[in-house]
Design a protein around this ligand. Sequence first.
Ligand code: SF4
Length: 471
Amino acid sequence: MGGFFGAVSRRDIVLDVFFGVDYHSHLGTRRGGMIICDDGRFQRQIHNIESTPFRTKFERDLETFSGTSGIGCISDSDPQPLLVRSHLGLYAITTVGIINNADALVKEFFSDHTHQFMAMSSGKVNETELVAAIINQKDDLISGMLHAQEVVDGSLTMLILTQNGEIYVSRDKLGRLPVLIGKNHVGYCVSFESFAYHKLGYRDYYELGPKEIVRLTADSCESVSPAGKEMRICAFLWTYYGYPNSNYEGVNVELMRYRNGEIMAENEAETMPDVDSVAGMPDSGVPHAIGYANRSHKPFARPFVKYTPTWSRSFVPENQSVRNQVAKMKQIPVPELIEGKKLLLVDDSIVRGTQLQETVEFLYESGAKEVHMRSACPPIAYGCKYLNFSRSKSEMELLVRRIVIELEGDEGLTHLDEYVDASTERGRKLLDTICQKFGFSSLGYQSIDGLLEAIGIDPCKICTYCWTGKE
Ligand code: SF4
């Protein structure tokens, strides 16, 4: 994944970009970067943020920065923003998304024997540099950005900062991720998360449509290439990775999660187990659980609480078993809320199920009598091919696929649509098998219709590929 922030103003914007980017830290854990333009002179810094948060890493750079326009990013992939010199001039660029055909595009560049790219230590080409090379094939930035949107298979949202301090922003051709513009009395900013600029004193000004390109100066926000008609904004923004205070397409994340939990509770009003409390896990599961508890009239409780002061979210050890151990160390039980109790847990989603297993074992070890599990979205049967979405790296890691193969072998994969539908025999078998494996007293998933109702915008505009396999 990744996030971005940029600002252009009649005053110095270093702190706006610094805090604006920092407020995207939940979207990536690998690299952070900032480029500021001061009267045609660029200053840039990129840091590894794998073990130290963005703010701590960049604090010491602040004194060296000054300028009235800048862009920055939190990146889960390659180092960026990059500074590029071409026939289009000197400009800075940052991108978010995934390029599925990156190898083929690189090969095309090599075919005339006149191109090369700087290789990263992995030997791979930095995808943002590849995007810049594609843009540079055209005669101006706008045509170049449109061309990049055409040739990239996957998704691509990009910010460009020119030497005269203008920012060009292009939203992905199907609008998988949001791009919002904020305005204050001295300029404009562009952001993935709307709360980032609210907190910095900007007000909502504009939300780009899919494929739209906007140019920002301190005095103007101009749409320089119109929005396309088709949109597929990622549903996971609301269910899992978007920040609770943000709005996308006018829909607030926290409120969507309450509604989602309420709909789940409504849908099982007749069959709901008699539990002592409803709890959410992890943090993004909590608002779904609050909604569920409100509608079911069961008390919301926190039977375990995360120890956050020293286990920051950005601490993500490479090794899976260390990661599991860290996840375990973070959860501190409240024994009085667990021992002898019947608990219903609401998770934002069940992807691989690894962490879930640990949590459930931990609850039984702590004396829980029953653990009922609910997922705030439908069973995930397809890996994301549009975003660098780290929770679904390989399709075969997905819990649903692993269980289906266990039950029926590869043949089962041709019946995925039945397996993800709890009203079919295969769907019931999937639920029973997961319950047995994990020791759940019962298991339920939100339906696709329930999820779309909770988001509340035109369903045709929402990407649900993870669950339906339909593009
Ligand atoms: S496939 Fe899933 S994670 Fe990827 S954009 Fe669509 S809904 Fe989002």
